[in-house]
Design a protein around this ligand. Sequence first.
Ligand code: PLP
Length: 392
Amino acid sequence: ETPRKPRGRLFFANPGPTNIPDSVLLATAHHTVDFADPAFGEVYWACIEGLKRVLKTQQEIFLYTGSGHAAWEACLANLLSPGDTILVLESGHFSQSWGRMATDLGVEVQTVAADWRRGVDIAAVKAALAADTGHAIKAVGVVHNETSTGMMIPIPEVRAALDAAGHPALLLADTISSLCSLDFRMDEWGVDAAVGGSQKGLMLPTGLSFTGVSHKALKAHESSKLPKHYFNWSAMMKRPLKSFLGTVPTSFFFGLQESLRLMEQEEGLENVFARHTRLATAVRAAVQHWSGNNGPQLFCTTPSRYSDSVTAVLMPEGVDGDVFRRVAMQRFNLSLGGGLGPLAGKVFRIGHLGDLNEPMILGTLATVELAMKVAGVPHTPGGVDAAIATLA
Ligand code: PLP
């Protein structure tokens, strides 16, 4: 194996963690402060308001020192009791993992099964809810943007399915790879708990996660019986910052204040979404072009569900995606996401979320094409031209 190129930037095209803007990195490198200091409180509460604005909620928010898994667990532990049923809408590796966590916590998991290339059929969700006349299902769990397959699941359609069935289950949405990249509207869409993390659209290091929580969910929390301590919302509400049972990771909030400023004031959230759509469209044009001559294809086969934050690329039969990724990394310093779970070696993933612009995307696509040539992956050359045509 060739050693990694020591010069030039590491080109980081993973779908999370993502690139961190220099100004956010600098803001994060703040000297230590006492989290009880009122001066820190000002930064903290401004960040809480900012997180509520990007989640589009006026309800509650709780934060955790931990990656997205922590917020997943907080969400389940605070809302459910042993033996409750959660209906998990299958989308890929992350819906499956969240379901596995629920099982481990003592929750019954009912899955609306789906082909990972198409995602869940909303009619099947409606049918599962309509069949649950006794309302055994206490929560519906959906991953808004399935990072393993590059697919966006339309939350308003899931909300409509619950409403059509007159079903009272809580709606839990994972926004880990959608928040601040794709439009997400917690209150308007009737989401009861929205799970988010720092290391994707928010352009921060990994390690801060949070849940937006509706008033309906808070009520359900009062009777939830799953064991919890660090994640207990009732205990958090008694703390001065209404979150965090332990030491508050203050550095994150200096970084978060800056990333919110970049997104809301410098660029505008709507423009952030438009940029993600523009760059994603370019990536998909390149992949669709490469797919000729038995080349790699878009893994997601439902255009209305294409993800604007990550594209999973299905390798041709018999071509190992991980071998190809190693060539990209070791020869060209380009880091790409690998396939997860059953997709290991079968797909590679291009992250196009966070701090990213056209030259970065074109650099990634040109290097993917170069690495395919070097690694002998069949494809139709010219994907970069196809991407340029969408961007010009
Ligand atoms: N959910 C989604 C959609 C994700 O993409 C990820 C991580 O990539 C997770 C959950 C798990 O989050 P974490 O790795 O931060 O624990």
